[in-house]
Structure formats: C-alpha cells, structure tokens
Design a binder for this molecule. Sequence first.
Ligand SMILES: [Zn+2]
Length: 46
Amino acid sequence: MRLALQYCPYCGEQDLRPREDPQGAWECADCRSTFVVTPVAQEARR
Ligand SMILES: [Zn+2]
C-alpha cells in the first residue's frame, strides 16, 4: 500500500515522484529530497 503525498515535507512542492527503492519512498523533483512515508494507525472512529 502506497500513501499519496501531496506536498514535499521539506520544500512544500507538489511534484513528488514515487521511488521503487526503498519501498514506499518518494522523491521530490524540486529539492531532490527522498523520504519514506510510514503509515500510522488511525484512531478508530465511532
Ligand atoms: Zn522538496
């Protein structure tokens, strides 16, 4: 499962590209930062 990111956490750009390695990584086309998104369990809704 891959999460969809909308904004780069470093520069705020929206031009993000998924990378195959490491798994779940995204690369920002603007600042060239690569980061991994870790899913966090959400609270159960009532
Ligand atoms: Zn960026």
